[in-house]
Design a protein around this ligand. Structure first.
Ligand code: AR6
Length: 179
């Protein structure tokens, strides 16, 4: 029997969430940056960048695991989203790849709860509505196969992004097929 997976929207700072894993919107170096990446590294403390250094980077569309260090979350999954270049450079598939890769890591580790930021929608300029549909659609698709993940939080830094996610979650049909 398959158990229901809870998909929730939380407005706020992802570094405060006491979940099994938070996802970081990182860059290919994995050595920190601005936005959510800067916040994650500040809250985790210097042990995080030291662990990241040993990973040797991460290609766009993929993800890597570290411990949470000073964060309330036990683990950080660093996902590298694509820079938006107009939509013709495989951005949709690369963004979907981030969500798939992060959930695959969570499943491998047997994690029950995971929180995602709106990957690529800040410095990397991915259109937020398109990104929200890809995030929700890909997570639903990935979790339909079952596994240990029971709770997925879409952590939105502002009210507009939270409203967008609530709309996508409430809309009938597959968000990946809605133009
Ligand atoms: N908690 C939750 N969401 C946040 C937080 C936070 N503390 N801070 C920002 N956001 P961005 P990207 C939201 O720019 O577009 C970095 O320099 C933000 O409002 O953090 O994937 C990396 O090193 C936006 O909705 O990530 C890379 O170089 C979302 O998180 C680059 O930026 C993503 O914005 C990655 O750019």
């Amino acid at each position: 029997m398959s158990r229901p997976v809870s998909l929730e929207v939380v407005e706020g700072d992802i570094t405060t969430l006491a979940v099994d894993a938070i996802v970081n919107a990182a860059n290919e170096s994995l050595l920190g940056g601005g936005g959510v990446d800067g916040a994650v590294h500040r809250a985790a403390g210097p042990g995080l960048v030291a662990e990241c250094r040993d990973l040797g980077g991460c290609p766009t569309g993929e993800a890597r695991l570290t411990r949470g260090h000073g964060l309330p979350a036990r683990w950080v999954i660093h996902a590298v989203g694509p820079v938006w270049r107009g939509g013709g450079a495989g951005e949709d598939e690369l963004l979907a790849g981030c969500y798939r890769a992060a959930l695959a890591i969570a499943s491998d580790k047997g994690l029950a709860s995971i929180a995602f930021p709106a990957i690529s929608t800040g410095v990397y300029r991915f259109p937020p509505d398109r990104a929200a549909r890809i995030a929700v659609g890909t997570v639903r698709q990935q979790l339909s196969a079952g596994g240990p993940v029971e709770r997925v939080i879409f952590c939105c830094f502002d009210a507009a992004t939270a409203a967008l996610y609530r709309d996508v979650l409430a809309s009938p049909g597959d968000p990946l097929k809605t133009p």
